[in-house]
Design a protein around this ligand. Sequence first.
Ligand code: A2R
Length: 313
Amino acid sequence: MKALIIGGAGFVGSYLIKELSSAGMEVHATCLPFERDKITEKCGVHTLDIMNKDDILNLIDHVEPDVVYHLAAQSSVSVSWKRPQLTAEINVVGSINVLEAVREAEKKNIRVIMIGTGEEYGFIREDACPLSEDEVLNPGNIYAATKACQEMISRIYVRAYKMDIIMVRAFNHSGPGQNSIFVISDFCRQIAEIERGDKAPEMSVGNLSAMRDFTDVRDVVKAYRLLFEKGVSGKVYNIGRGKAVDIQYILDTALKQTKMEIEVKQDPARMRASDIPIIEPDVSRIKWDTGWEAEISMEQTIRDTLNWWRNTL
Ligand code: A2R
């Protein structure tokens, strides 16, 4: 079986290449021209900008994949506020280019896995958790709105062209190598900096009471593989642990991993005005259809991420 990962140079890409290769698949991954050295896993590497549909089509005709994973995105919420047009171009027009290329490809029966986000649920009803895939989407930022749009368009391609597409809403995922704009990586990076003496023994934190659902990226890519093998075409799947924890728990777990005495300081700049108290998915659909569930403990994710920062700084 052959897989083509579009957007393979990002955080999730490297883990997905490893997961699919270990399962015996022939893996090809794309990156932007300046990202070539970011793909270090063994696979076929191709440069590709998803804004050019013909390039995607040529690549698909060349690789003839059984599955296309669409990971390429402008994936930052804060950039999406600053550059809404660019975010819509990449996440909406770029996704249409991918779908059109698959539709026009010589090889038929290619399964497409479109990666969206738990952010698509947005401003949820107070009693909506655990969020089922049937819950109404109410995105609260530009990034989330473009991903909801990507999903709606994908559904249209399923219905109109009978394409084999699976749509994913992935909740927070974390692990070694993640950018420190995300909370687990941020806390681990701060601890590693303090241990090295690069930073005063003070942790800046935001709202510690918000409850969120975190899964290890290594579990997430396993779910992506199983969705190719066993997912039901045309369906949307939540991917998450299904058990939200508060950010205080993450902080306490991270602090337990160090011998340093660290003072915790709340930073008003890190507080978000509209923090939703709890966001937790119902993950029974993916479990039912593929048998997948999160296996790696949060303690292990935090330990591995902290060790990664210790080795990287
Ligand atoms: O923005 P960059 O330079 O980091 O490049 C990103 C790349 N990308 C593109 N690839 C092809 N054509 C484009 N026009 C284009 N614009 C951006 O997609 C990056 O290398 C990759 C996405 O990786 P990350 O931003 O690290 O996302 P991550 O965490 O791997 O998440 C994968 C998917 C994304 O669709 C997220 O929105 C979703 O999971 O949660």
